[in-house]
Design a protein around this ligand. Structure first.
Ligand code: ZN
Length: 312
């Protein structure tokens, strides 16, 4: 009986030893495979893949930068580029600068946008680029560039580097964004305020009817100074301009006209020449309005355009 117990004990001890040895070996092999997989299977992307696929671009940037987080913003309904940028504490330039796939300012639901944790842009590396030439192009310290993109040793083997705190270079954008960027110099914002209603189809806040909104509404306190969006001649300055209430229209003499509605006070007269930024009125809530705001319309050759195409 004693013998049997000893024999079984030896048998189980052997079994355990064999189990641990085999287990350790398997673990070591798995570990080795994992390591070689990490070296060999680092995802390789083409430049086009990085442009088309925001997630690929995020992974690419995460392995090359330091001190910046990159993440994907999935566009929700009723979101626009300006609001998304504001949510993350920077301007639209950053969203545009990190998303070279964009060809318009319009975003659609579920569209994926690459967002950095700080403002800046992705510079597409050209064959002639050096750290110094890129630093000079964006007027940034070369060491900041290198530290930010610490994972990059050979620029010629890379596609993008992150330029912290700088706007995208217009000459490096795709053609359709270049055209849109050119428009931005035409007008300046008539005032700084929260955008309460955007251009396009909406349910009217007063009538409740779905209609097209021909401009943007900027919520501001009554009495806020309103500046001309560009040089021009005042064509309308009246307290009785239909649902606009008190309004000013300016003809910019290049096919463009701007409207400023729901004003409380007019400070110009018809026929007067005004300069960009010159104060023309005070905001209010006259006409068909639910609360103090400025209504701002841009028309080209009689057609209303989205003012956000011009304003930044
Ligand atoms: Zn409006």
């Amino acid at each position: 009986m004693k013998n049997i117990i000893i024999r079984w004990s030896i048998f189980f001890i052997c079994l355990f030893v064999v189990y641990f040895v085999v287990n350790a070996k398997v673990h070591a092999i798995a570990q080795a495979n994992l390591q070689s997989a990490m070296v060999v299977n680092l995802p390789q992307y083409t430049k086009q893949e990085l442009i088309d696929d925001a997630t690929a671009r995020m992974k690419y940037m995460l392995t090359r930068t330091k001190g910046i987080k990159f993440f994907i913003h999935k566009v929700k309904s009723r979101e626009n580029l300006w609001g998304i940028a504001k949510q993350h504490g920077y301007s639209v330039h950053t969203v545009i600068g990190c998303n070279p796939q964009m060809k318009t300012y319009n975003v659609s639901i579920n569209q994926k946008l690459l967002m950095p944790s700080i403002g800046g842009n992705l510079h597409p590396i050209r064959p002639t680029d050096t750290w110094q030439s890129i630093a000079e192009k964006y007027n940034i310290d070369e060491n900041i560039l290198k530290n930010t993109n610490y994972g990059i040793t050979d620029l010629s083997k890379e596609y993008f580097i992150f330029i912290p705190g700088k706007k995208p270079a217009v000459d490096l954008m795709n053609e359709s964004m270049q055209e849109k960027y050119a428009l931005r110099d035409l007008f300046r914002s008539p005032l700084a305020g929260r955008l309460s209603s955007t251009f396009g189809t909406r349910k009217h806040p007063v009538t409740g009817k779905v209609s097209k909104h021909g401009g943007i509404d900027i919520a501001v306190k009554t009495g806020t100074l309103v500046g001309a969006a560009a040089d021009g001649i005042v064509t309308v300055a009246s307290t009785n301009v239909g649902h606009y209430g008190t309004a000013v229209f300016i003809d910019h003499q290049n096919g463009y006209i701007t409207h400023y509605g729901h004003l409380s006070k007019i400070l110009v007269r018809v026929g007067q020449k005004v300069k960009a930024g010159q104060i023309i009125a005070k905001s209010g809530s006259t006409g068909r309005s639910t609360g103090p705001h400025l209504h701002f319309t841009v028309k080209k050759n009689g057609v209303s355009l989205d003012p956000l195409k011009f304003l930044w």
